[in-house]
Write a protein that binds this ligand. Structure first.
Ligand SMILES: Nc1ncnc2c1ncn2[C@@H]1O[C@H](COP(=O)(O)OP(=O)(O)O)[C@@H](O)[C@H]1O
Ligand SMILES: [Mg+2]
Length: 258
């Protein structure tokens, strides 16, 4: 933990200050000049080519772009699942790029909720056990408190009546709602979702989308990668990517006035 950077509340009002003239970690997500090179058989491949972006608390953004443009790589930078080749990444006040491998897993479990296209629930655990698991890993509260919190989260996603079922005996939309409850288990301030509606019919996708919107309204930072442009435009801001870069919308930075 030698060179780990922590957040300081600075209470500045200059929301338009550029990345270089404000201190680190005042936003839940703050990426600066992030580069990711993969080594492939054909040589080095640059999947991210200098990505800088910030996301506010309570902001719900969509990341869009063609397949292979670097969206999942970008999310993997935010979650610390993968490391940048260059650049700086602060998430929830921590300089993620400088966390040790060991520190990373524990940190992620408490600060970032991750939601995948194919849910990735553990099939041999019940719905409620899946939601309790991250709290077990984090050593959060007593067994009773973990159970009660899991029930409370399942209530929020309208899955209480399925709590003791196995995930695969529920529908895709229900599994995704459980995955969202699991992502909320440790009250992480940042939620990251990679094509969360990609495997859902449009009505179910809409209900998952509304759940993200409610979570953002409650102060979470939500970053959703999606192919669904109709959903994307309903978020607070759409970040467009191409060839490992963010393409800024013309004229302004795409941030909704607030
Ligand atoms: N582990 C890896 N090794 C080599 N190349 C990778 C790896 N992961 C992703 N890539 C490449 O990086 C590019 C971006 O991938 P990805 O972020 O998954 O794109 P997207 O999610 O936008 O479809 C793609 O060309 C992909 O083939
Ligand atoms: Mg992807």
């Amino acid at each position: 933990m030698s060179d780990r950077t922590t957040a300081h509340e600075v209470g500045r009002g200059d929301a338009d200050a550029s990345a270089s003239d404000r201190p680190p970690a005042t936003r839940p997500v703050d990426l600066r000049g992030v580069v990711k090179d993969y080594t492939t058989e054909a040589g080095a491949f640059r999947a991210l080519d200098g990505v800088s972006m910030t996301v506010e608390a309570g902001e719900f953004i969509a990341v869009v772009g063609k397949s292979g443009c670097g969206k999942s790589t970008l999310l993997n930078m935010v979650t610390g699942i993968d490391r940048p080749s260059a650049g700086q990444i602060w998430v929830a006040g921590t300089d993620v790029s400088h966390l040790s491998e060991r520190a990373m897993a524990g940190w992620r479990g408490q600060h970032v909720g991750v939601i995948f296209q194919f849910f990735q629930l553990l099939p041999t655990l019940s719905v409620i056990e899946n939601v309790i698991l991250p709290m077990d890993f984090a050593g959060r509260g007593t067994a009773r408190e973990r159970h009660d919190r899991a029930m409370h989260l399942l209530e929020q996603v309208e899955m209480v009546d399925q709590a003791h079922k196995l995930p695969l005996s529920t529908s895709g939309g229900q599994q995704q709602r459980v995955a969202i409850a699991r992502a909320l288990a440790n009250d992480a301030p940042v939620l990251v979702a990679d094509e969360p509606t990609g495997n859902l019919d449009s009505a179910t996708a809409d209900s998952v989308f509304e759940l993200f919107r409610r979570l953002a309204a409650g102060g979470k930072t939500v970053i959703m990668v999606t192919h669904d442009t109709e959903l994307a435009v309903k978020t607070d801001r759409v970040v467009h990517m191409a060839d490992g870069r963010i393409i800024e919308p013309q004229g302004e930075d795409g941030r909704r006035a607030s």
